[in-house]
Design a protein around this ligand. Structure first.
Ligand code: TRP
Ligand code: SF4
Length: 331
């Protein structure tokens, strides 16, 4: 198959939320149509947060289930767990020896994480982007879809890959381009920061209709609408931005008009949103429940994905080991 290869990764931390869904998964489902796609659950990256082993194990499974339930098709894409392909850790070490300390020092995510977990600033947190570089390089993808918060890591990966090619001979790795996700960043329920587990402002992908409505009820709207009869400005309202993702053009126009003229109240506006979200979440939740009831099937999918990933990764490693003069190459 002459399809161009793509690779992306997602961390098994916490439950999937609609930010993950709109920002990454929707894009993955589309990409698998045109690309030879590799999708990796990056459990080695999650170790930087020192999760409880049982919690990690179940988070990896739940994430794989969520990715599959969202429409990533294991017949088309290669879905696998990072730790099932040992070559990631091996290439990460090699890439570490090619990465200047000064480059890692500039990484803003490291600085953010260090403030978030001041009690556990481990070396893995610092070298996190090098493992990410290895994830990418192993599969020699031409395109890497990530959100804009990963731009800096991608740039570092490109530089390191370039340095490898320059140092050891140019034809091992193509330079991976970033594929921007078309989805703008999804704000959290607080309307203040990006939706994320650590900010506790998320709408879970597996949440029921009622759970979502409960959260939406408390969510901020245009503060100018103190009373039901006050006119509002949809553009300043976070709820309206969600309509942008889940409602039809006609519905959005109606909402905007109703908000401006005060003919639509915020409660009804939120109900419509909850309904439209449920139309997306409902079927995903059902597919996830079905997969949860068939653990053997999920294991098989992940085992097959890992086998395929391992084959590609080992092909890369044979070339790499040979070039750099360590055991396990062809020479
Ligand atoms: N660091 C990425 C994130 O937090 C996840 C990731 C790990 C990744 N390895 C990758 C993304 C390789 C793209 C390619 O979103
Ligand atoms: Fe926001 Fe809708 Fe209320 Fe307008 S009607 S302020 S868009 S929730």
């Amino acid at each position: 198959m002459g399809m161009v290869r793509t690779l992306s990764g997602i961390q098994p931390t916490g439950n999937l939320h609609i930010g993950n869904y709109l920002g990454a998964l929707v894009n993955w489902v589309k990409l698998q149509e045109q690309y030879d796609a590799y999708f990796c659950v990056v459990d080695l990256h999650a170790l930087t947060q020192r999760p409880d082993p049982e919690v990690l194990r179940s988070a990896v499974r739940e994430l794989a289930i969520g990715v599959l339930a969202s429409g990533v098709d294991p017949e088309r894409s290669t879905l696998f767990v990072q730790s099932q392909v040992r070559q990631h850790a091996e290439l990460a070490w090699i890439m570490m020896c090619l990465t200047p300390l000064g480059d890692l020092n500039r990484m803003t995510q490291f600085k953010d994480k260090s403030t978030q977990q001041p009690e556990n600033i481990n070396a893995g947190l610092f070298t996190y982007p090098v493992l990410q570089t290895a994830d990418i390089a192993l599969y020699r993808p031409e395109a890497v879809p990530v959100g804009e918060d990963q731009d800096q890591h991608l740039e570092l990966a490109r530089e390191t890959i370039r340095r490898f090619n320059f140092t050891y001979g140019g034809d091992v790795f193509p330079e991976p381009k970033t594929v921007k996700s078309q989805a703008p960043r999804v704000m959290g329920l607080d309307g203040e920061s990006k939706m994320s587990k650590s900010k506790n402002n998320e709408i879970g992908l597996f949440e029921t209709d009622e759970e979502t409505m409960k959260k939406l009820r408390g969510a901020k709207t245009d503060p100018a609408r103190e009373r039901r009869t006050d006119k509002g400005t949809p553009e300043v309202c976070n709820i309206y931005s969600y309509h942008g993702f889940f409602s039809t053009k006609e519905q959005r126009d109606e909402v905007a008009e109703g908000c401006r003229s005060a003919s639509l109240g915020c409660v009804d506006c939120k109900k419509l949103l909850a309904q439209n979200m449920e139309a997306v979440k409902g079927p995903i939740r059902e597919r996830a429940a079905d997969l949860r009831s068939k653990p053997g099937q999920v294991d098989e999918i992940l085992a097959a994905g890992a086998a395929k990933a391992r084959k590609t990764a080992e092909e890369t490693m044979v070339m790499v080991r040979e070039r750099i003069g360590i055991a396990g190459g062809k020479a």
